[in-house]
Ligand binder design. Structure first.
Ligand code: CMC
Length: 428
């Protein structure tokens, strides 16, 4: 079979043969198609990237119709069952699972960098008492770039490596500080005797005790949630990471931009919105009324729908199982029954069936976070901690891609034609 496609331009009658590689044509190959000598050349128009591949990647594979998610080829179900977040972060960043020496070195490197400069605490103290934790998180990550001037050496693989370790290591610390700030408690320093998640829980909840002991079931649940959130190929925030990183800005600035993209309620802010929606609905008997409003286009069912998954989101399935394990320890979250009823009714509704809308990762994650004692406005931050490894893997892949260039889309200009300046007194 010939791997080309023939295009006939009906404006000129000319024929063009374009190569097809990996099921795509190069948008630049369209440029040669011109209606006349002064024509710029054909472009593709694709707002919101509905059908445009912006890069090649070897990190994450998704088959949205079959509900498949794999990191570096490994099915998410196996990783969630058998792996740990730090091991998965290594996998995503390096291409394969570590052997025991590599894992030990990676874990100890991350532990070495959990502290943040004392001035970061002062910086964070400047936020208002009720500042949203995600706003604090984004700004603090951006501020980190001012502490590590070597991060500007983005073409030096060793420098990139150092910043990756720092970022993965410091995210839980910054996240926990945003929480401590919001409730007026002193910031708890990292405890490097503890693993990644146990240390995070310690920094969140430690009071005056010498050592914080997290419940192992809850610690493991957090690990599973972190694994599920680690990467998701070219989503809105990964795209922001690549786009900002493509201008050769340092990885702290690019990560802050990615976190800002994640904050939106259509992306990582959806987990927070789901919880608020459930509280607003209030009880199971109000579900039909709420669904009616969704059908009428008055509101969205948050935590439902996905650009890529049109069957089910495999992460939502795993999260449901994790929720059961957590609720055995914490007692059932009273909102669970409401969420289950909402899902049941929605999945029977024509509106959702025809649009292929299913629960996504954010539908149940908030119920677990809430059971862990994490407040609702911290949920997007909980998403950002593990997604940092994914963003950095996307960034590293882009930085080493021979096709890397500054991201700069084209536009279709529909504005005013040239016109002459009108002085103020002559304007209507
Ligand atoms: N509730 C009600 N209707 C919906 C929903 C929803 N949650 N999601 C999509 N639709 C409708 C949408 O109105 C449209 O209807 P119509 O064809 O009549 O105009 C149709 O389904 C197709 O939706 P779309 O908005 O064109 O799909 P998209 O791919 O542009 O958007 C999405 C994907 C995730 C932004 C969207 O489904 C949504 O807003 N969901 C709620 C927010 C949410 O849960 N986000 C988390 C996504 S998963 C975590 C992550 O990785 O970010």
């Amino acid at each position: 079979m010939k791997e080309t496609i023939t295009v006939i331009d009906n404006r000129t009658g000319k024929t063009y043969e374009l190569p097809v590689t990996h099921g795509t044509i190069r948008a630049m190959d369209l440029r040669q198609i011109k209606s006349g000598d002064d024509d710029f050349g054909l472009m593709s128009y694709d707002p919101a990237f509905m059908n445009t591949a912006s890069c090649t990647s070897r990190i994450t594979y998704i088959d949205g119709d079959k509900g498949i998610l794999r990191y570096r080829g490994y099915p998410i179900e196996q990783l969630a069952e058998k792996s740990t977040y730090l091991e998965v972060a290594y996998l995503i960043l390096n291409g394969d699972l570590p052997n025991s020496a590599q894992l030990e070195e990676w874990e100890s490197n991350v532990k070495l960098h959990t502290m943040v400069h004392e001035n970061i605490k002062k910086f964070m103290e400047g936020f208002h008492y009720d500042a949203h934790p995600m706003g604090m998180f984004i700004s603090t990550v951006a501020a980190l770039s001012t502490y590590f001037s070597d991060a500007k050496r983005i073409n030096d693989p060793l420098s990139r490596r150092a910043q990756i370790i720092r970022l993965v290591a410091k995210m839980p610390t910054i996240a926990a500080y945003t929480y401590r700030h919001s409730i007026g408690r002193p910031y708890a320093y990292p405890d490097n005797d503890l693993g990644y998640n146990a240390n995070f829980l310690s920094m969140m909840f430690k009071m005056t005790e010498q050592k914080y002991h997290a419940n192992p079931v809850l610690e493991r649940a957090l690990d599973v949630l972190f694994i599920l959130h680690a990467d998701h190929e070219q989503n809105c925030s990964a795209n922001a990471m690549r786009s900002v990183g493509s201008s050769n800005s340092d990885p702290y600035s690019a990560t802050a931009a990615a976190a800002a993209a994640l904050y939106g309620p259509l992306h990582g802010g959806a987990n927070e919105e789901v919880l608020r929606m459930l509280v607003q609905i209030g009880s199971k008997d109000k579900v039909p009324e709420f669904i009616k409003r969704v059908r009428a286009g008055e509101t969205k069912l948050m935590g439902f729908g996905h650009r890529v998954y049109k069957n089910y989101d495999p992460r939502a399935k795993i999260i449901k199982q994790t929720a059961d394990a957590v609720f055995e320890v914490t007692g059932k979250n009273p909102l669970l029954d409401l969420a289950l009823e909402l899902e049941r009714i929605a999945l029977e509704e024509d509106y959702f069936i025809t649009r292929k809308l299913y629960p996504n990762v954010d539908f149940y994650s908030g119920l677990i976070y809430q059971a862990l004692g994490i407040p609702t406005d911290m949920f997007p931050v909980m998403f950002a901690i593990p997604r940092t490894s994914g963003w950095l893997a996307q960034w590293e892949e882009m930085m080493t891609d021979p096709e890397k260039k500054i991201v700069r889309p084209r536009q279709v200009y529909l504005g005013a034609k040239q016109r002459d300046y009108v002085s103020l007194e002559k304007r209507k």
